[in-house]
Design a protein around this ligand. Structure first.
Ligand code: SF4
Ligand code: SF4
Ligand code: SF4
Length: 252
């Protein structure tokens, strides 16, 4: 009788986010049935109601924005052999981290008005600010193929390593016209590659959703902004969208 190889048990969890990365996962699974043959999904609130705490790989989407998130995240970490940050919110704090450095009580009042006291919303942090993370799938939302590649690598016992060169490299390989030559701005020079420079390829400046490379030359990018008639404030505003948490960390 043919032996049956046990399937890897995988689970998905969401914290503060739009849940778009889980949607991307659901989309990827519909077109990669081979992956569904290799794994058993035991927790995935967006697509099923069954739940189990017995899993090998946990994919965590969303950032930590409440003190109560920490205890929940630590339990997931304890249960999982491998923990993966899924998407920009989990990887770098994402757009939630726009409030980094602001008066949180004021932010809460602005959003919730007279009901502010009922919400424990705090500063937004990536999940590795709370627990160790084994692997990352960057992006807002994640790239479907990168998700599939990551799962396959993990099942083979490998931890995928992220590209550590800027989006500009991929943009040049596509022979795109640089957006700075047509009076647009772009964070490609400081942003981690891996998306195939999809935004510049379609004429839209990179907003940094895959996070900063290890040694971003922000001073040089300021000069590029200045040479092209954009001021430093414009750069800082652009970097706030996805890079607030990483910028704060690099300055501390
Ligand atoms: S990274 Fe973007 S798409 Fe994914 S959950 Fe966060 S906001 Fe949504
Ligand atoms: S368009 Fe952006 S990513 Fe492309 S080369 Fe110019 S700065 Fe780099
Ligand atoms: S070009 Fe920039 S903003 Fe667009 S997907 Fe790539 S990293 Fe994200």
């Amino acid at each position: 009788m043919a032996s049956t190889i046990p399937k890897a048990r995988i689970a998905f969890f969401d914290f503060t986010c739009c849940e778009g990365c889980q949607l991307a996962v659901a989309d990827a699974l519909q077109t990669h049935l081979d992956l569904l043959e290799a794994v058993e999904i035991v927790n995935f609130r967006e697509v099923m109601s069954e739940k189990s705490d017995d899993y090998m790989i946990a994919f965590v989407e969303g950032s930590c924005t409440r003190m109560s998130d920490e205890a929940r995240l630590k339990v997931i970490r304890e249960n999982a052999q491998i923990l993966v940050a899924l998407g920009a919110c989990a990887h770098i704090g994402g757009v939630n981290a726009i409030r980094t450095g602001l008066d949180i009580a004021g932010v809460r009042r602005y959003v919730y008005g007279e009901k502010a006291m009922f919400f424990e919303t705090d500063s937004a942090r990536p999940i590795d600010a709370v627990v160790p993370v084994d692997a990352y799938i960057p992006g807002c939302p994640i790239d479907l193929d990168e998700f599939v590649r990551t799962v396959k690598a993990l099942l083979l016992g490998r931890i995928p390593i992220l590209h550590d060169y800027p989006v500009c490299v991929e943009c040049k390989m596509k022979e795109n016209v640089c957006l700075y030559t047509i009076d647009k701005t772009c964070l490609g020079p400081i942003t981690r590659a891996g998306c195939g420079a999809i935004c510049p390829t379609f004429g839209v400046g990179c907003e940094g959703c895959r996070g900063l490379i290890s040694n971003p030359n922000i001073r040089s990018l300021k000069e590029v902004f200045s040479e092209n008639g954009f001021d430093e404030k414009t750069l800082m505003e652009k970097m706030k969208i996805f890079l607030s948490y990483q910028t704060m960390e690099s300055e501390s």
